[in-house]
Ligand binder design. Structure first.
Ligand SMILES: NC(=O)c1ccc[n+]([C@@H]2O[C@H](COP(=O)([O-])OP(=O)(O)OC[C@H]3O[C@@H](n4cnc5c(N)ncnc54)[C@H](O)[C@@H]3O)[C@@H](O)[C@H]2O)c1
Length: 255
C-alpha cells in the first residue's frame, strides 16, 4: 500500500483527494495537515506547525499539497528532508518560490507539479500548442472563471496557457482586463471571472475578420483534478529525484 499524507486536508481539494485516497484499494490515507487540527476520513489532521514530527511518525510515501503557495513551499521542504515524494497542485508560486521548490527536491525526492491535474486540460494544452502555431496572425484572448473563494488570479492553468501561447505564437504583451478608451494592438487580453461555485472554466479565442476559433475546457467537479492526482501519486513511486509534470505522467509531448 502507498501511504499518503494530504496537506490542505480541510480545504476543497484536500477533502476531495482525501475521500478518493481513502476509497482507493492501493493507496492508504495516513493523515492530513492543515492550519488547525481536525480529522478526515477516520485519520488525523495535524496543525502545520507539527508537520515534521507527523511525517517522522507516519512515514508516508507521498505528500500531496493543495494549500497556498507560501505554505506549499514549507511543506515540500519538510517532505524533502524526509525523502518523501511530492505531488503539488497548489498554484500562485512566484518565480523565486519555484526556485526554492526546485532546490528543495534536488537530490532528495521526486515531485510532480502541475497547475492542472485534469487529463482533459493536459490534452487541451497540447491541442492549444498546435493551434497557436497555426493561428499566429490571429488576435488572442484568454478567459478563465472560478468560484468566488479562489485566492490567486489569473489561475495557474491560465498562466500555463499564456506560457504555451508565448512559446508557440511569439511573446506578446498581456492586458489584464480593459476599461475606458482602448485600442487593440498585438497584445493578449486576459479576463478573469470569479463567482459562485464555478469549478474551473478556461477558453482561448483566436479572432480575425469574419471568424473566431474558440478552444475551451470546463471542469464540472473537483474529482477531475483529484483523479489526476491519484494517477500521479501511483506513477511517482520509484522515480528518481527531480521535477516532473503531468506531461511526463501521461506521456504527452508537452513537459
Ligand atoms: N493543480 C490543480 O489541478 C488544481 C485544482 C484545483 C485547485 N488547485 C489549487 O490548489 C490550491 C488549493 O485549492 P482549494 O480550492 O482546495 O483551496 P482551499 O482554500 O479550499 O484549501 C486550501 C487549504 O489549505 C490550508 N492551508 C493553508 N495554509 C496551510 C499550511 N501551512 N499547511 C497546511 N494547510 C494549509 C487552508 O486552511 C485550506 O484548508 C489552490 O492553490 C488552487 O489554485 C489546483
Amino acid at each position: 500500500m502507498i501511504k499518503v499524507v494530504v496537506c490542505g486536508a480541510s480545504g476543497r481539494m484536500g477533502q476531495t483527494i482525501g475521500r478518493m485516497v481513502s476509497d482507493s484499494s492501493d493507496l492508504q490515507l495516513v493523515g492530513g495537515v492543515d492550519v488547525r487540527p481536525s480529522t478526515f476520513f477516520g485519520q488525523p489532521i495535524v496543525a502545520s506547525s507539527e508537520i515534521e514530527a507527523f511525517l517522522a511518525e507516519k512515514k508516508p510515501d507521498i505528500l500531496i499539497d493543495f494549500t497556498v503557495a507560501n505554505a506549499a513551499v514549507e511543506n515540500v521542504k519538510s517532505a524533502a528532508r524526509h525523502n518523501i515524494a511530492c505531488v503539488v497542485g497548489t498554484t500562485g508560486f512566484t518565480p523565486e518560490q519555484r526556485k526554492v521548490l526546485a532546490e528543495a527536491v534536488t537530490g532528495h525526492c521526486p515531485m510532480v507539479i502541475s497547475s492542472n491535474f485534469s487529463i482533459g486540460v493536459n490534452i487541451f494544452w497540447e491541442i492549444l500548442r498546435s493551434a497557436a502555431r497555426m493561428l499566429k496572425e490571429y488576435d488572442i484572448e484568454v478567459i478563465e472563471g472560478h468560484h468566488r473563494n479562489k485566492k490567486d488570479a489569473p489561475s495557474g492553468t491560465a498562466k500555463t496557457i499564456l506560457q504555451i501561447l508565448d512559446e508557440e505564437a511569439g511573446t506578446r504583451h498581456k492586458i489584464y482586463g480593459r476599461e475606458g478608451v482602448t485600442e487593440r494592438k498585438n497584445e493578449i487580453g486576459v479576463h478573469v471571472i470569479r463567482g459562485g461555485d464555478i469549478v474551473g472554466d478556461h477558453a482561448v479565442m483566436f479572432s480575425k475578420n469574419f471568424e473566431t476559433i474558440t478552444l475551451s475546457h470546463r471542469a464540472y467537479d473537483r474529482a477531475v483534478f483529484a483523479s489526476g492526482v491519484l494517477i500521479a501519486t501511483k506513477w511517482i513511486i520509484g522515480k528518481k529525484p527531480g521535477i516532473y509534470g503531468m506531461g511526463d505522467v501521461l506521456n504527452l509531448a508537452m513537459k
